[in-house]
Design a protein around this ligand. Structure first.
Ligand SMILES: C[S@@+](CC[C@H](N)C(=O)[O-])C[C@H]1O[C@@H](n2cnc3c(N)ncnc32)[C@H](O)[C@@H]1O
Length: 195
């Protein structure tokens, strides 16, 4: 992965399933909120970017802090909608090969170390952080990663790793939004700053 312009979202899913046998018609229940990831993927690669190149986007999902799925631009194989993404996640969890998804049997500490080793800047999205629009040190031409909590937020293990790695909180406002909404808002801010 090139250390140059790259916008990445790291979705933490400490309670979601690492098994591919969830029911496509019941993603929140049987997938233990794997629907959050499907919506982030749809936002990131499909409907949110207008001018930002999809090849400069990436999503890493850290599941149960023991497995990470790395999603890159699907190009002309773009899954349309939540269920289409869920089907591909199932395939990868069942050991099938999907060209734009890589699986690591590693958790958050490894992801943070790997991103920081590439001189990537990591932020975590939190309602109480510094407003994104006020961050003057944000270099949108470099590599930036934004960490998202699940429906509960960040668990104690993630909070400890975030603190240890010196990752700063960034806010999109005091209201708590869906993580897919946050993904779209960050992409939109990057597009605004580049233009
Ligand atoms: C649905 S929210 C979680 C809400 C949860 N009730 C909580 O208290 O953390 C999922 C994630 O989206 C991000 N998020 C939601 N609203 C945000 C905001 N206004 N600013 C920054 N990040 C936000 C955070 O990373 C949060 O953990």
């Amino acid at each position: 992965m090139s250390p140059s312009r790259k916008l990445r979202f790291i979705q933490l899913l400490p309670n979601s399933t690492t098994k591919g046998n969830f029911i496509l018609k019941d993603l929140p229940g049987s997938g233990k909120r794997i629907d959050l990831l499907c919506r982030v993927l749809s936002a990131c690669f499909d409907w949110a970017p207008v001018t930002w190149k999809r090849s400069h986007l990436e999503v890493i999902a850290v599941i149960q802090n023991m497995m990470s799925l790395i999603f890159k631009d699907p190009g002309d194989q773009m899954p349309l909608g939540e269920v289409a993404w869920a089907k591909l996640i199932q395939d990868v969890l069942e050991g099938k090969r999907v060209p734009f998804i890589t699986r690591w049997n590693q958790g958050l500490e490894y992801v943070i170390d790997t991103v920081q080793a590439q001189e990537g800047k990591i932020w975590f999205l939190h309602e109480e952080g510094k407003p994104l629009k006020e961050i003057d040190t944000l270099n949108v031409s470099a590599q930036n990663s934004f960490m998202l909590g699940d429906h509960i937020g960040f668990d104690s293990k993630a909070s400890r790793l975030i603190e240890k790695a010196g990752i700063q909180p960034v806010s999109l406002g005091k209201t708590s939004y869906l993580s897919s909404h946050c993904t779209a808002a960050v992409i939109s801010e990057f597009e605004r700053r580049i233009n």
